[in-house]
Design a protein around this ligand. Sequence first.
Ligand code: ARG
Length: 460
Amino acid sequence: MSEKPWGGRFESPTDEFVEAFNASTDIDARMYAEDIAGSKAHARMLCDRGILAQEDLNAILRGLDEIEGEIKSGEFAFTIALEDVHMNIESRLTEKIGDAGKRLHTARSRNDQVTTDTRLYLRRRSDAMVARIRLLQSVLVELADAHADTIMPGFTHLQTAQPVTFGHHLLAYVEMLERDAGRFLDARKRMNQCPLGSAALAGTTFPINRQMTAEALGFDAPTANSLDAVSDRDYIMELLAAASICAVHLSRFSEELILWMSAQFGFIDLPDAFCTGSSIMPQKKNPDMPELVRGKSGRIIGGLIAILTTVKGLPLAYNKDMQEDKTAVFDAFDNLEGCLKVFADMLPGMQVNKEIMHKAASSGFATATDLADALVRAGVPFRKAHAIVGKSVAHCIHENIELHEMDAATCADIDSRLTTDMVRSLCVETCVAARNHIGGTAPDQVRIQVDTWKKRLEQL
Ligand code: ARG
């Protein structure tokens, strides 16, 4: 029984299956660096407060350094009998340095330890995620710059709506990603408080210095309530919400890339290195990467639902259910990081078929709104202008012609205020160029936005 750090009161051993079922080493071993950093900060504080002797501290620091080396080199053998990363490291420390190792857990519990480690780990991963988002933004801004003048159809209801510039379309995702980065940064602010010292749930009887451990670990402050600190998993919910929203954005983008690459659209082609073929149909080139990214959003959203559901019925303070918190968020982070990477690597190699896009924007009556606007400028009320153009479109569909091909007689027949000058001046270039205001699709606006983004992303 003495093998378990908590085995004192137990008379019979843990059931063999339970030992494996209960263990979390396969999930939490990846937090070893944070666990070691947390232990060092805790030990230094204990020594500073006279709770731990200097020679014990020296042995602990040396032992922990050696253990970190062992883990990095792959020599360290994690065992499920020691449940988790915390007890594996502590037990190895005691093996190495004896009683000094056994003093490390003074004024600490795994309950404050695990959530300190998780916060530290996710803080690092979250910062890396923001960097990945910035990288993808830069790729999109470069593409937007190259395609400030490229014209494509804009859609509503997936029906041709009005011409837009491809650069403008790409910059829409730069905006979404900016809000995504903001959500990670915002969550970071709230989670950056140090739970160490909360111990099991109520605090500790030792004269600890919580400010000192918080500062040593780069937290903004110690948490203010020990019960809250050990049972709060809001930060995981917030990070999973941020990850889910970002994944949803990438999924929408994926859906567009998949549509655009179909033979029916033919707007783009993705590089071979990011596509696969079919084992039976020799002609196939499939957009697997956007499909997979679209698919990954499902499991990331699943992670958010999992953590919300896991925590919703839990009384204060720590409950073992909480061990399930890390699985979802680690999986979500690994996968979202992969999605962001694959997009940033794939998009610069995207081939854009400008002619096909232009042709698509020039058909489907994408300029109809502009014809209505021309009538409004000639004094026709907008609702009336809408009806006149609607009639014109119906006529063109019937005659299988475009709006600019209507002759004077036809125009006059539809409405006396409709002129051939109006219909002949309709062209997609004019349509996009005319939307020249903040947030509009005009090439000039795209270039202004590209400049703003380039400066902004450089400064970050
Ligand atoms: N492996 C546990 C987890 O991830 C660590 C905390 C366990 N605390 C306890 N009192 N059993 O949640």
